[in-house]
Design a protein around this ligand. Sequence first.
Ligand SMILES: [Zn+2]
Length: 474
Amino acid sequence: MRMTDTQMYARVLAGDASYNGRFFTGVLTTGIYCLPACKARKPKPGNVRFFPSCEAAREAGLRACKKCHPDDFARGADPVLETIESLVAEVRTAPVNFADARAIVRRSGFGSTRVFELFRQHYHTTPADLLLRARLDHAKRQLLDSDAPLSRIALEAGFEALSAFHENFRRLNGLTPAAYRALRAGGAFEIALPDGYLLPYLRRALSRDIHSVTERLEGDVYTSAVQLSTGPAMLTLRLSKQKSEAAGNPANLPEVHALVVGLLGLDEDAAAFTRLARKLGLARLVAGRPELRISQTPSVFDGLLWSIIGQQINFPFACLLKRRLVERVSAPMPGGLYAPPTPAAVAALEPADLLPLQFSRQKADYLITTARLITAGKLDLTALAGMSATRVERTLLAIRGLGPWSVNYLMMRSLGFPDCVPLGDTGVTSGLQALLKLEERPDMDATRRLMAMFSPYRSLATAHLWQFNQPIPT
Ligand SMILES: [Zn+2]
């Protein structure tokens, strides 16, 4: 579908990055052509001409903008992003080489303000926080793979003080370093929950689909069939005010731990978002739930299935379709719960298998093609978590069937990126309307503009907006 000049100009005014590459904006007064999302001053409509490609703009005698680099974008190259990505790879491989955030800034070759802006845009975080997490991940690998004393592991990860190592480790993992190392022996583990942790909201998140065939919440016992790298397994989680308890065998207990940390949303910065909301004068958004977290899906593939199945249909119907898919491709495990579908099982289906289950032809097609991309090695779900948010977004948006809503949903619910907005989500727009007492529901551009104030915590803002009109769970 061809866009009109008016539509294209509206995308330019909105600074809509999702239109980068779809057309180029030539500014006749300056002789320069740009990407639609260029941050330079917006040209007047009378001075603008639109071009389908960089070549066309150059043929008209225009030069490429030095701010948004339209030629690099058109080539698929993004030198600034690539610089930041290789810097982050260095930090993650050897965090000990970076004494603090200033060392990251020095190494980048950019000015400090620019580095902060780039980390926020591409990794949804600050250099200091990324460094802290890189140190903890380094230490976790060493705890499992070596018998080195804790003090040496802390030092080699770049922690100067053992107390900072312990405190941060415990806060983001719910376990002491020694208890984490003990996961190698298998058995069960207990996770300490932060003060004020909102179990009622977790219970609500874990029992949203009351007819689920893969998970079940009875009282405070949550049972779920999960896919681990060692195959399907049963996870039992006992929830209580101070702790959460789970079990597994030695081969996969660290993996179970990572899954539980995700379910609990333990490594999300709930307190920082609450401070931001209060600073914005929007304390009512977080009232009664300052500790709200996003419960991550048990696997990225689960989130992917859900983000395709859930498109444009109501929640109960989406649950029904998901259940039918599970029953079609999986077998019940001891205890009666079904293991969640694997990419291979979905890839083996044909659309004709899903149509009788009430999947639309398009949805069936999207699900099966995406699963086949995974089994063919063209889409690596495990690699996504280590990529920059920008790279993840580009990778996923290139897949047919995944639009901005699905991609951002997946990034916030399955990959833990903290600064995502599932644009077009009715829960977000109705939440914003109620929160800000707007006369009408904000459209896509207004949503984007309004949500900007919550950056870099837009995922948690989304979670709070989803809850804003809901009764408080008991
Ligand atoms: Zn530009």
